[in-house]
Design a protein around this ligand. Structure first.
Ligand code: KG4
Ligand code: ZN
Length: 343
């Protein structure tokens, strides 16, 4: 059954969005594609911490438990009634399939009951459009460096309806590499913020780690880097290991992003996804963009890691393109960018 249908483009005044693709349940309300009325996030971090990573079965059960109370809370906080909604947006992939199913089921039921359009959102497009929440002036063309726990890619936003994937990781995502290095050093989960914190006390030049895939187009690879950290483990302090690892990741990400801007003659760069919360990465990419006269856009921390507001924004963009979901909308563990163009 087809997931998508076309209608005339529209601009829903009030969008409710649900996000349940991994270990954050989130409900957000977005007014006029601009104003975030609320962005409730129930993180499951503590539940998964003792396992050192997200346990899918636990994740979907928790989404199932909290999604309705969270929805009620969000509506109350924003002083909005279900009847006031103009559209419902939902992440329908990529993600943990059982987790995505929870959000999709609730969203479909709401849309059907309210007789409002359902906006199908690709989680990655949520991250991609997240800078628009605070920077409505951002317009195509721009290059987006999208770095999260599950994905690492460079996307050229050619126009609102044309996203070109320039390259992605061949193995681990950047966030996944941070998480694995943290686990290796027994720092706990999630690893990114912990590695960043310890790295602040170390020397980024202490260990000569590889810069994987440097000068080889826009593909990334982080699993070899992780192995190199493992090999250096006994000869160096955890702080130096973290600092050198983080610097190697930043060097590769920044270099490829700037190369893409130059090749495609693009003046605007955005950074998004959970790893965009990494302060040294934000600083490095921001500084290098400034030096080259490029505009740099990065969301506040709240909108970097998984959140409903970015799903509402991406849903709003779908409405503007006139793409809505059918009642047969499915949940997908993997989902290419702009799947609606081909299916
Ligand atoms: O976007 P996100 O919340 O979930 C996915 O869609 O994957 O990203 C989560 C990832 C985790 O791997 C986490 O370790 C990483 O983002 N992360 C960070 C930082 N904060 C979160 N990585 C590096 N530095 C940080 N400060
Ligand atoms: Zn994400």
């Amino acid at each position: 059954m087809s997931n998508y249908q076309r209608r005339e483009p529209f601009q829903p005044a009030l969008v409710l969005a649900l996000e349940t693709s991994c270990d954050e349940t989130s409900v957000a309300l977005l007014r006029n594609g601009r104003e975030v009325l609320c962005n409730r996030i129930a993180s499951q971090e503590e539940l998964h911490a003792r396992y050192g990573g997200v346990v899918p079965e636990i994740a979907c059960r928790r989404h199932f438990e909290v999604i309705h109370p969270l929805l009620e809370e969000a509506l109350q906080a924003a002083e909005v009634k279900l009847e006031d909604l103009d559209a419902v947006a939902v992440t329908h992939g990529p993600g943990l399939i059982g987790a995505v199913l929870v959000g999709v089921t609730v969203a479909k039921t709401l849309a059907l009951r309210l007789e409002k359009p359902l906006l199908p959102v690709n989680h990655l497009e949520g991250h991609l459009f997240s800078p628009l929440l605070e920077h409505p002036e951002l317009e195509p063309p721009w290059i987006s460096l999208l770095v999260s726990g599950g994905h690492t890619c460079l996307v050229l936003v050619e126009s609102w309806d044309s996203l070109r994937l320039l390259g992605k990781t061949r193995d681990d995502a950047a966030g996944e590499a941070f998480d694995k290095v943290a686990k290796m050093l027994s720092l706990g989960y999630p690893g990114g913020p912990r590695v960043q914190k310890l790295a602040a006390q170390g020397n980024p030049e202490a260990i000569a780690l590889p810069r994987p895939m440097r000068g080889q187009g826009y593909a990334f690879s982080f699993s070899g880097l992780k192995t190199a950290v493992h090999r250096a483990r006994d000869q160096h302090t955890p702080a130096d290991l973290c600092a050198s690892f983080q610097q190697a990741v930043i060097d590769v990400l920044v270099e490829k992003t700037l190369a893409a801007a130059e090749e495609f003659g693009v003046q605007r760069i955005s950074l998004a996804g959970g790893v965009a919360a990494n302060q040294p990465l934000r600083t490095a990419l921001g500084r290098d963009c400034r030096q080259r006269g490029l505009s740099f856009f990065v969301p506040s921390f709240e909108y970097c890691t998984d959140n409903g507001a970015m799903i509402a924004m991406a849903g709003y963009q779908m409405a503007r393109l006139g793409v809505i979901a059918t009642t047969g909308l499915d949940a997908h563990a993997s989902l290419p960018l702009q799947a609606w163009r081909t299916t």
